[in-house]
Ligand binder design. Structure first.
Ligand SMILES: Nc1ncnc2c1ncn2[C@@H]1O[C@H](COP(=O)(O)OP(=O)(O)OP(=O)(O)O)[C@@H](O)[C@H]1O
Ligand SMILES: [Mg+2]
Length: 288
């Protein structure tokens, strides 16, 4: 290689084949250097999704980077509004689809519109990568994408009856999980049974009820991550103060400080119910 062809002279690591090949295709040595550099970049991104996130224009916050690098099979993200939980989970899903061929990734939320919203984040990020050297989308709609490496990403409606039938799921993502019905959660969990796939629940809280609350408080085998609004560098502190005055403490604590406050229609408080079923208290009648 001549001095003019050194790898570091090239626009690495943001270059793509389409950016550079036209410019360089008359020079086979450049082309080879380019191919090697792209291969090296893909290898590095395969091992570290944070690099892929950066190339797509997102510099992850430290908790987001930890999430992208985590191998945990079960993860719960209890996070403030607008903290970036959907964005980073969509990047994690895309990384799995790109770098693990034949992955089946399901995006689930209380409604099809919300699942689609998450899917759109993933699609937007995929387009931002603009790379011909990644697996290409061979089939794409508003609800699903199939890549040339056999991976599929599917956005699902939030109704139990319509989503049975998937098996071999590699990654199941449930966005706004605190508002997803328990029956739906129970019906999708078996989809991970044989595949040993991963599951990520992400949400703000919604009262002391439902599977999201019980998995967060008592669930075993989960990696649990809590991010309040004051931990998010993009949420302005004075804006938060004004928001507290506008929406009141109840909503504020739930939406921005991840508190499982009692739901307004709950007759007995969660703590009262827990006290009532305490094993310390002897029942009036013993079973025979
Ligand atoms: N690391 C980051 N760097 C820059 N912008 C980011 C980062 N993470 C998220 N964002 C931006 O912050 C905004 C909120 O992100 P996102 O929608 O993922 O948050 P969320 O926690 O899912 O919010 P909600 O509770 O409203 O669903 C988006 O505009 C997103 O692009
Ligand atoms: Mg979101």
């Amino acid at each position: 290689m001549t001095g003019a062809m050194k790898l570091q002279d090239m626009d690495y690591p943001t270059m793509t084949l389409s950016d550079n090949y036209d410019r360089l295709s008359h020079n086979p040595m450049w082309n080879q250097a380019m191919r090697n550099a792209i291969k090296e970049r893909l290898e590095r991104e395969k091992g570290d999704a944070v690099l892929m996130a950066r190339r797509g224009g997102i510099t992850p916050d430290s908790w987001q980077a930890d999430l992208l690098r985590s191998n945990a099979r079960q993860i719960i993200l209890l996070c403030s509004r607008q903290s970036g939980k959907s964005t980073i989970t969509s990047i994690l899903a895309l990384h799995q689809a790109i770098y693990t061929p034949d992955s089946l990734i399901l995006l689930l939320s209380p409604s099809l519109r919300q699942s689609q919203e998450l899917f759109r984040k993933l699609q937007t990020f995929y387009n931002a990568l603009e790379s011909e050297s990644l697996p290409q989308a061979v089939e794409e709609s508003a609800l699903r994408m199939e890549l040339s490496n056999g991976s599929r990403i599917v956005a699902l409606p939030g109704k139990e009856a319509t989503i049975r039938g998937f098996s071999g799921v590699s990654l199941l993502i449930i966005d706004e999980a605190s508002r997803v019905e328990d029956a739906l959660y129970q019906s999708v969990r078996p989809m991970l049974a044989v595949s040993g796939g991963r599951i990520i629940l992400l949400s703000t809280p919604f009262g002391k009820r439902g599977f999201f609350h019980s998995e967060w408080t008592d669930g075993q085998g989960w990696r649990k991550v809590k991010i309040t609004a004051d931990q998010c560098p993009r949420i302005d502190k004075s804006w938060l103060e004004r928001e507290r005055e506008m929406i009141g403490d109840w909503w504020f604590l739930q939406e921005y400080f991840c508190e499982f406050v009692e739901t307004s229609d709950q007759v007995f408080s969660y703590d009262d119910i827990q006290a009532a079923i305490s094993s310390d208290i002897k029942p009036l009648f013993e079973r025979s």
